[in-house]
Design a binder for this molecule. Structure first.
Ligand code: NAD
Length: 329
């Protein structure tokens, strides 16, 4: 089978080569995201795969269907980049890699929580000016004395909750789905109860109608002054203007975000600082806001798994087979 892989990143190439050698399939790499302009390039292929944060609008699926393509295998979790009705209308089957390494994201969330607790940014900035005093960063808090609300206790949220529990933190879980096995390391509760008790709030939900701007002004009004907020899930879950106000007023002690609603304007790209979106320029000047370029997933294990799982699914769906990773209507 001949597979066209869109938006390949260099770190994926060794795993692609290994997979092709193991399976005997041919993979051609294109280093740009799937778009209306390049969808027709799939014509001489049997299957396609992509990973991207830019949306795939409706016309793409018609072009693919006309090119004989039956599926798109996404090499990532978040499939809000698809136009699902347009894909289904054109009989394009879709798959995602729902769990390439939940621990990768959980470990990064923990890393950023420790950075905030230890005031790393303040200390780093002070030391860069020659200031090595304790006061430059301030005193830290210890994790085992904190209560952490995990909003969305799925694959990533439960991995994060287990790590926190192992470190001695009290963990609260908020999720409309109840999984009894999670009771071993967290206490399920309501969102309002979690907000009133938590020292740390961490989002691990998908973006959907309920979670879009879940953290709006009324949400920030309910949290304890001095709370820490972590968002490694999707930027649109948080109202960024309300976040900025909460960081400035002290309602938030600090926040770490790996995602923003406007990340497609600047993440995974190089810019002059002055060209960055204005709110990002303001936020990154703050000592208590930690921004990262959507890298929570970016480990060797995760990249290997996302390549292998997606390419396997591409073959299965192109052969009219079934995979548990298919996105069903
Ligand atoms: P998952 O589907 O296993 O878990 C999501 C959980 O959120 C589910 O248990 C679901 O019931 C729950 N949920 C849905 N709506 C909710 C709501 N309104 N309130 C509370 N809980 C709700 O997904 P996952 O694999 O754990 O991934 C979670 C999210 O993490 C993804 O959707 C994606 O946006 C994000 N993500 C980020 C990165 C990164 O690199 N930063 C990488 C992978 C995934």
């Amino acid at each position: 089978m001949k597979i066209l892989m869109y938006n390949t990143v260099l770190k994926e190439l060794p795993f692609v080569k290994d997979w092709a050698a193991k399976t005997g399939h041919e993979v051609v790499n294109l280093f740009e995201p799937l778009s209306v302009d390049n969808a027709a390039k799939a014509e001489s292929f049997d299957a396609i795969s992509t990973q991207q944060t830019t949306a795939m609008p409706a016309p793409i699926y018609k072009i693919l269907a006309n090119s004989g393509i039956k599926q798109i295998a996404l090499r990532q979790v978040g499939y809000d980049v698809f136009d699902l009705p347009a894909a289904f209308a054109n009989k394009i089957r879709l798959s995602n890699v729902a769990a390439y390494s939940p621990r990768a994201i959980a470990e990064y969330t923990l890393t950023q929580l420790f950075n905030i607790l230890r005031n790393s940014k303040k200390f780093d900035r002070a030391m860069a000016t020659g200031d090595y005093t304790w006061d430059a960063g301030g005193q830290a808090r210890e994790i085992y004395q904190l209560t952490v609300a995990v909003i969305g206790v799925g694959r990533i949220g439960s991995a994060f909750a287990q790590m926190l529990h192992a470190l001695g933190a009290k963990v609260l879980g908020v999720d409309p789905l109840y999984h009894a096995q999670n009771e071993a390391f967290l206490e399920y509760t309501t969102l309002d109860d979690a907000l009133s008790r938590a020292n740390v709030i961490s989002f691990h939900t998908p973006l959907n109608d309920e979670t879009r701007e879940l953290a709006d002004q009324s949400f920030f009004d309910k949290i304890q002054p001095g709370t820490i907020m972590l968002n490694m899930a999707r930027g649109e879950i948080v109202d960024m203007a309300a976040l900025e106000a909460a960081l400035s007023s002290g309602q938030l002690y600090g926040a770490a975000f790996d995602v923003t609603p406007n990340e497609n304007e600047f993440m995974n790209q190089k810019h002059e600082l002055s060209e960055l979106p204005e709110n990002i320029q303001r936020l990154t000047k703050l000592d208590n806001f930690y921004l990262s370029p959507h890298i929570a997933f970016y480990t060797n294990t995760a990249i290997k798994n996302m390549v292998e799982i997606a390419l396997n699914d591409a073959v299965v769906l192109a052969n009219d087979g079934f995979t548990e990773n298919e996105i069903l209507r």
